[in-house]
Design a binder for this molecule. Structure first.
Ligand SMILES: *[C@@H]1O[C@H](CO)[C@@H](O)[C@H](O)[C@H]1NC(C)=O
Ligand SMILES: *[C@@H]1O[C@H](CO)[C@@H](O)[C@H](O)[C@H]1NC(C)=O
Length: 353
């Protein structure tokens, strides 16, 4: 019995091959401080997109979907346009329903749940498009018969009206039987490759002042199953280290850092230390040796200039001196200052010098 339960549980997780792409649309009338129109797009029951009458654009709410829209800008354009067009259809529909049902005011809600399911094992596809009004089923599309079915007597007039719109019925058929499943398959495939990727980070050593701790910072890795630690002679260090949490970056990747207190490390022992980034399930590690020459810092010594800067300034002064001397000699010779691009100008000789 236990075995069977375990199998059923396992199967629920691993054998679940039914995918879905569903649009939930809600239009309201008479509800203050609430968008009159909202759309939520869900893939496998997770919201990936959203739009409403206040924001006036379509937003993506999952990293993979954001990336998908970036790679397929026309799809996003389509959603933005649809959001706008559907909004007008819903407003008109809710108004005509209120008239039809003798409702002069009050709060009314028109909802639509539409989309498709795809079983990636059997290939079976099912489309659906149904409306609810004031919290009850109202009308639904029969995709086989290509006709609307009134879920309650009050919806019958609407059914008769909508049945005359053959173009809309044909569009619905094409959308729910072809376009929607095609898009759903694309989304599932895209999400899979997006989530299965591994991005390795760039790792750098940072330090505020020569005496402060050295921070080993890794950024840009994906997924967040990773570890970053300091080693001495190849052994992970637990003392004198301060490990930070894994934090999300804006682009969906992650970053983390681990500090090493170097105050008690003798200069000749530095070479025994390194910082290791390891991604779970990935063999290669990124090793960064503790080495003064690779540490990045913004620190400038307050006492005296760094040698490089001194040499730079001296060379600069010498060049300036040469230029001034050269200019002086040149001006003596020509007895005038000629701007380079107006060498043929008559004015150049009128210089008081
Ligand atoms: C709406 O009112 C009209 C006339 O007042 C009536 O004939 C009709 O049956 C009503 N409809 C509903 C759905 O109540
Ligand atoms: C580093 O270690 C020294 C002593 O070993 C301690 O005095 C100091 O506070 C530590 N620095 C930090 C930032 O933890």
């Amino acid at each position: 019995m236990k075995k069977l339960l375990a199998f059923l549980f396992f199967c629920h997780v691993a054998c679940s091959v039914k995918h879905s792409l569903i649009l939930f649309i809600t239009a309201t009338s008479g509800v203050p401080d609430f968008p009159e129109f909202m759309v939520s797009i869900q893939v496998d029951e997770v919201q990936v997109g959203y739009c409403d009458s206040n924001i006036r654009t379509a937003e993506t709410t999952q990293d993979w979907a954001r990336k998908f829209m970036k790679d397929n800008p026309r799809q996003l354009e389509y959603y933005v346009k649809e959001c706008y067009n559907t909004q007008h259809f819903f407003r008109a529909t809710i108004n005509s329903l209120m008239k039809l049902l003798n409702q002069t005011g009050g709060v009314h809600i028109l909802q639509r749940m539409s989309g498709c399911e795809w079983d990636d094992e059997t290939g079976e596809i099912r489309g659906f498009n149904q409306y609810g009004y004031d919290g009850e089923d109202f009308i639904a599309l029969d995709l086989q018969m290509l006709t609307w079915i009134a879920s309650k007597p009050q919806a019958f007039i609407t059914k008769l009206r909508w049945d005359t719109d053959k173009a809309r019925l044909e569009f619905n058929k094409n959308y729910f039987i072809h376009l929607c499943p095609d898009l759903l398959k694309k989304y599932v495939q895209y999400r899979k490759s997006f989530l299965q990727r591994t991005d390795l980070p760039s790792v750098s050593l940072l330090q505020k002042t020569p005496s402060s701790q050295v921070t080993c910072h890794a950024t840009g890795f994906y997924p967040d199953r990773a570890d970053l630690f300091w080693r001495k002679d190849g052994e992970e260090l637990h003392e004198d280290v301060d490990k930070g949490e894994i934090l999300p970056n804006h682009d969906g990747t992650f970053q983390m850092s681990v500090d090493l207190n170097i105050s008690s490390i003798a200069p000749e022992d530095w070479k025994k230390y390194d910082c290791v980034f390891q991604m779970s399930g990935v063999k290669d590690v990124i090793i960064t040796k503790l080495d003064k020459s690779v540490i990045r810092t913004n620190w400038v010594s307050p006492s005296g200039f760094p040698a490089g800067a001194v040499i730079g300034v001296v060379v600069g002064l010498l060049l300036l001196l040469l230029c001034i001397t050269g200019l002086f000699i040149w001006r003596k010779k020509t007895n005038g200052f000629r701007p380079a691009n107006t060498s043929d100008s008559e004015d150049s000789n009128s210089d008081p010098n």
